[in-house]
Design a protein around this ligand. Structure first.
Ligand SMILES: [Zn+2]
Length: 76
């Protein structure tokens, strides 16, 4: 049985309501330059190449983080 852990990557994206940047997790190996996708926490967001500063200033989405950690624990 070859159970590979679910892959994900992080990308700073603007919140659709407020426009505030947050670093959300997404399913997949990496961003394939699609213009929008659904975050791990279930929000449809627009995607664009983040500025270097965005990586520094955008807070990590706590909801994405929590979901990924609980999945990790479920696999072990
Ligand atoms: Zn999120």
């Amino acid at each position: 049985m070859n159970l590979e852990p679910a892959r994900h990557y992080w990308l700073p994206t603007p919140n659709p309501g407020s426009g505030a940047l947050a670093r959300h997790a997404f399913r997949g190996r990496r961003w394939e330059r699609q213009s929008s996708d659904t975050t791990v926490c279930g929000v449809e967001v627009a995607m664009a190449t983040p500025a270097d500063l965005d990586w520094v200033t955008a807070p990590t989405c706590a909801e994405c983080n929590r979901t990924l950690i609980s999945e990790l624990n479920a696999h072990t």
